[in-house]
Design a protein around this ligand. Structure first.
Ligand code: SF4
Length: 359
């Protein structure tokens, strides 16, 4: 018997095409999307504004799978009174990704994954060590937000960031589709696009494409070094997407959108934390609208990097502020629960392989 196709894996235009092929009007696609993404229906039978014959055709050819939380780790109040929580989310084919809910006094942010694993192999990143399995479809991205929303007071989610597992710009069509669903004003969830941040390690064609797309989302770029040689050590993809190309792309992005870019810089002891590094960062930051977000490294077991002591951090920050830059400093949310991208999934994987090894 032919396997049913996942109805949620189709974009709006693909669903419209399917409706046309079934002899239905295109607007049926929007009705189905509303059932799927607003009402979160798990059966075609419940889709009462579709004709019974269409419901029967859909039921026989398509399935409505859902993602589910299979593990949850919450920081204890002693660690972090805001209670960052990390969820391991199972996709319809059994793959697992991570989603993090980060509450703070003025917002509740959901950090979503866009890929299962990641092909880019950044040397500071747990996901990079897992390799790449596949892109998530838009529904799998959206459902991470909904699952986190279910865990908190309805309507409390104020921000979404694409900073979990994967490089969003390698999965841009599905990321754009997910943004479209999350910000759809006809749906109850309806988050303004400016509350959604797409974070990249700086893939130039993707940045150009976002600049041209008309999206109103925010852009964050994980810079981590403004020295080409050091950046290549941290982010192998930067051999192709060099600092020169990245600078041009960011200048083009801010010219086109009028919006600043957040340059994320993770301080790593002995790697990118010298006065020279601060000077190079200040130099790179000229020529386009930007602010700097310095983050503390969330030490990962078996990885060579360490976090920078506070005295050194303060000196680095002071140099940037003296250079006239807008700097924010972010403590690593979730350090005690392995909440950097990929860490929970990686530890799960290790647990699984070690269980296999010992059995
Ligand atoms: S930092 Fe991002 S792009 Fe780099 S390996 Fe990790 S998930 Fe992929």
């Amino acid at each position: 018997m032919e396997q049913k196709k996942n109805i949620k894996s189709y974009s709006r235009s693909e669903l419209q095409q399917i409706m046309t092929e079934l002899g239905e009007q295109k607007y049926r696609a929007d009705q189905i999307r509303r059932w799927l993404f607003n009402d979160r229906s798990s059966s075609f039978e419940a889709m009462s504004n579709l004709g019974s014959s269409l419901r029967a055709v859909l039921s026989s050819g398509y399935s409505i799978p859902s993602c589910a939380i299979i593990k949850e780790q919450r920081e204890s109040a002693a660690d972090n009174i805001e209670g960052t929580t990390k969820y391991l989310v199972s996709l319809h084919d059994g793959l697992e990704v991570e989603t993090v809910l980060i509450p703070s006094p003025d917002r509740k942010t959901v950090c979503v994954s866009s890929q299962a694993g990641c092909p880019l192999g950044c040397t500071f990143c747990a996901t990079g060590y897992m390799g790449f399995t596949r892109n998530l479809n838009a529904a799998e991205i959206v459902e991470q937000v909904y699952l986190a929303d279910d865990k908190t007071t309805k309507g409390d989610i104020s921000n979404v960031v694409f900073m979990g597992m994967g490089e969003p710009l390698l999965n841009l069509p599905n990321v754009i589709e997910a943004v479209d669903i999350l910000s759809d004003q006809r749906f109850d969830f309806s988050l303004p696009q400016r509350k959604i941040t797409i974070s990249t390690v700086g893939l130039v064609p993707g940045i150009d494409r976002i600049a041209r797309s008309g999206l109103k989302t925010k852009l964050a770029v994980s810079l981590h070094a403004a020295d080409q040689r050091k950046r290549e050590q941290l982010i192998p993809a930067s051999k192709e997407h060099t600092l020169d190309r990245l600078h041009k792309a960011l200048a083009g992005y801010t010219d086109k959108t009028g919006e600043p870019v957040t340059l994320v810089y993770m301080l790593l002891d002995g790697m990118n934390d010298t006065p020279d590094d601060a000077r190079m960062l200040a130099k790179f930051s000229r020529g386009f609208l930007c602010k700097i977000n310095l983050i503390d490294y969330n030490s990962i077991v078996n990885m060579k990097f360490k976090h920078v002591n506070s005295e050194r951090q303060d000196h680095f920050i002071a140099m940037l502020v003296d250079a006239g830059l807008h700097v924010t400093v972010r403590r690593s949310h979730g350090a005690s629960i392995n909440a950097a991208c990929g860490q929970l999934a990686l530890s799960e994987k290790k647990a699984v392989s070690s269980a296999r090894y010992h059995s």
